[in-house]
Ligand binder design. Structure first.
Ligand code: MLT
Length: 242
């Protein structure tokens, strides 16, 4: 298996995605939110490019079965029902509903990845589920770290490194990796006993804590706390059994 990891959003429209698995990582917070909402019974999470597209999609699906959620600079968008805090997405809030989302970094990547054989949402809270499925598929893999506004982020990189590590050690896959993948692996291996502390060294975690979302960083750092597998089907992230 060959793995190309990108430290920030890759030009997905220019990469050959056919016969490859794609994993999009956004630990803080979109992919953690997706896992939480699906576990809470949401029918699907629909990533969109912006607030306008989210609103149009809600009209298309029907206001009684769809709710809009999203943030810019960490803060809930005005007129949207929810922001992007995983803690908001309880069974009462989203059970049986489609969640239409737009976020600063994470959602747009999913709207560009549809040509791949399969596209999964990965965070620390569901990392073992994703690794298990990738090992089963055994296809070449592209890992996209969402990062922060086009730049590298420590939490997505350490998660990417852990995913590669799981494929190599727990699933015994023979793997070749690009240099960014080696860097991510090194980051994970040197900090594997202090993942949460490493995440808190990052700009994004410090920013979220500074605007009152410290608890989000805590829940997003819990490995395998929400063991679900979100896969992109027809533009919707839905639950898939391993
Ligand atoms: C994003 O996708 O940009 C993030 O999830 C940002 C955040 O809400 O922390």
């Amino acid at each position: 298996m060959h793995i190309d990891l990108f430290l920030h959003p890759a030009p997905l429209n220019r990469l050959p995605l056919e016969n490859k698995s794609v994993v999009v990582i956004d630990v803080l917070r979109f992919c953690t939110t997706v896992c939480t909402a699906l576990k809470a019974g949401a029918r699907g999470v629909i990533p969109t490019d912006g607030p306008g597209e989210a609103g149009e999609m809600r009209v298309k699906i029907g206001a009684d079965t769809a709710v809009v959620a999203g943030e810019r600079n960490g803060i809930k968008l005005e007129s949207f029902k929810f922001g992007n805090s995983p803690l908001e997405f309880t069974p009462d809030a989203v059970g049986g509903k489609y969640l239409i989302m737009t976020t600063t970094n994470g959602t747009e990547i999913f709207t560009r990845a549809y040509k791949a054989s399969s596209v999964f949402a990965c965070a620390l809270v569901n990392i073992s589920k994703v690794a298990e499925r990738l090992a089963k598929e055994d296809l070449d893999l592209i890992i996209i770290c969402s990062g922060q506004e086009g730049s590298f982020s420590i939490e997505d990189t350490i998660c990417g490194g852990m995913l590669i590590n799981l494929l190599m050690t727990r699933h015994n896959r023979n793997i070749t990796i690009n240099d960014a993948g080696s860097l991510a692996l090194l980051l994970f291996e040197s900090n594997k006993d202090a993942i949460k502390q490493t995440i808190y060294q990052g700009e994004h975690a410090r920013f979220l804590a500074s605007i009152g979302f410290e608890r989000d960083v805590d829940v997003s750092s819990e490995i395998d706390a929400v063991p679900v597998l979100p896969v992109l089907r027809d533009g919707r992230l839905v639950l898939e059994e391993n």
